[in-house]
Design a protein around this ligand. Structure first.
Ligand code: PLP
Length: 408
């Protein structure tokens, strides 16, 4: 590279990544093949539109790239193209979620031309939901009204009876399941029943656990959801991007206006609704990652990710730390480091750990009494370090080191 300033910075970041223990639950290390696709000449091309229907010439290769990514995505999650469609163009997870709301329940205008926002029912950010599940600082909370739900105060897990009660009362247009800081398995069947009961679409945002679904260590949401969104850069170990899967004919939505048009509506919401030209270099890199995730080694990897998280949670609990909800079924865990004043704040915890070479993020815990800028918890995840080959015994050692640093 001739640009020495950027070259130096890339080198510095590469070294930083090598040096630290990375416990950020949403990060991972991609393969050389993924990097190669990202850095390829595919970045030079404009391809507005969809395969076979582009607004620019010269897209015969790009059509093949995008179709291959779509085929691999459906194959990986064992979906028939007769039943499911997939859009691989979203630039990242947030625009993907926004596109779904735009497609399924666009804000309408009142006769006086004021906006009439539809209702999106999503987990509150404070309990582990994502900003794009309708939080007020996100566009999704400005153009839609969030109907929030959370976890039970005692058990810190989803309370499906309460969720049903809220959904029945508030009648949201769409219910979102899938979170950014929730360590437990979601009962998708129960969510389907609730959605049917109140006539809502069920969208699952599997951004965090998509890799675990692909590896068979987390239940698949596809049996129950109308729409599934996912980022591709977390447990799935691909480049930063996202995908939207939608049912061609949602069985529970028959008779509902427009239900049969989901994939078409979603395509329109992505382009031209929200985006211009797709990033085909990124889509090619997604295709590479999808093929990697279909290999037996990836199954082994995801099993190890979950075992490592259990080992980390188990050892931290043994050392006296409170693990939110009592443990984890997944790749992530929330540690209550404040423990009602017996420990330290999440901000201090993450700063101390960073100085010791362990990268985590501070995180609110359900019913947190502290502020989001200095909450009671930290979130830990195992996908990145498992990619580097770490096993349960290594995570037991990491837990000991975390304990040492936090108790100093
Ligand atoms: C559950 C969930 N959905 C959506 C997103 C948004 O993804 P992005 O950061 O790519 O916009 C995230 C990112 O953390 C997430 O955890």
């Amino acid at each position: 590279m001739k640009d020495t300033q950027i070259k130096k910075l890339i080198e510095a970041e590469r070294k930083r990544q090598k040096r630290v223990i990375n416990l950020i639950a949403s990060e991972n290390y991609v393969s050389k093949d993924v990097l190669e696709a990202l850095g390829s000449e595919l970045t030079n091309k404009y391809a507005e539109g969809y395969p076979g229907a582009r607004y620019y010439g010269g897209n015969e290769v790009m059509d093949k790239v995008e179709r291959l990514a779509q085929e691999r995505a459906l194959e990986l999650f064992k979906l028939s193209p007769d039943e499911w469609a997939v859009n691989v163009q979203p630039l990242s997870g947030s625009p993907a979620n926004l596109a779904v709301y735009l497609a399924l329940c666009p804000p309408s205008r009142n006769p006086d031309s004021s906006f009439q926002p539809a209702r999106v029912m999503g987990m509150t950010l404070a309990h582990g939901g994502h900003l794009t599940h309708g939080h007020k600082v996100s566009a999704t909370g400005k153009f839609w009204t969030q109907v929030p739900y959370g976890v039970d105060e005692k058990t810190e897990v989803l309370d499906y009876e309460k969720i049903k009660e809220i959904a029945t009362r508030e009648k949201p247009a769409i219910i979102v399941a899938g979170y950014t800081a929730y360590p437990r398995i979601i009962d998708f069947k129960k969510f389907r029943e609730i959605a049917d009961f109140c006539g809502a679409y069920l969208m699952v945002d599997m951004s965090h656990f998509a890799g675990l679904v692909a590896g068979g260590v987390y239940p698949s949401p596809f049996e129950y959801a109308d729409v599934v969104t996912t980022t591709t850069h977390k447990t799935l170990r691909g480049p930063r991007a996202a995908m939207i899967f939608s049912r061609r004919d949602p069985p529970n939505m028959i008779g509902r206006a427009g239900a049969r048009e989901l994939p078409k509506k979603i395509d329109k919401a992505v382009f031209p609704g929200l985006q211009g030209g797709p990033h085909l270099n990124q889509i090619a890199a997604v295709a590479v990652a999808l093929a990697e995730a279909a290999r037996p080694e990836f199954k082994k990897y995801t099993k190890q990710v979950v075992k490592n998280a259990a080992a980390l949670a188990g050892e931290l609990a043994r050392l006296g730390w409170r693990i939110v909800s009592g443990g984890t079924d997944t790749h992530l865990l929330l540690v209550d480091v404040w423990m009602n004043g017996k420990g330290i704040g999440g901000k201090e915890a993450s700063e101390r750990l960073e100085k010791a070479g362990i990268i985590v993020n501070k995180n609110t815990i359900p019913f947190d009494t502290r502020s989001p800028v200095d909450p009671s918890g930290i979130r830990l995840g195992t996908p990145a370090e498992t990619t580097r080959g770490k096993q349960e015994k290594d995570f037991t050692e990491i837990a000991k080191k975390i304990n040492e640093v936090l108790r100093k």
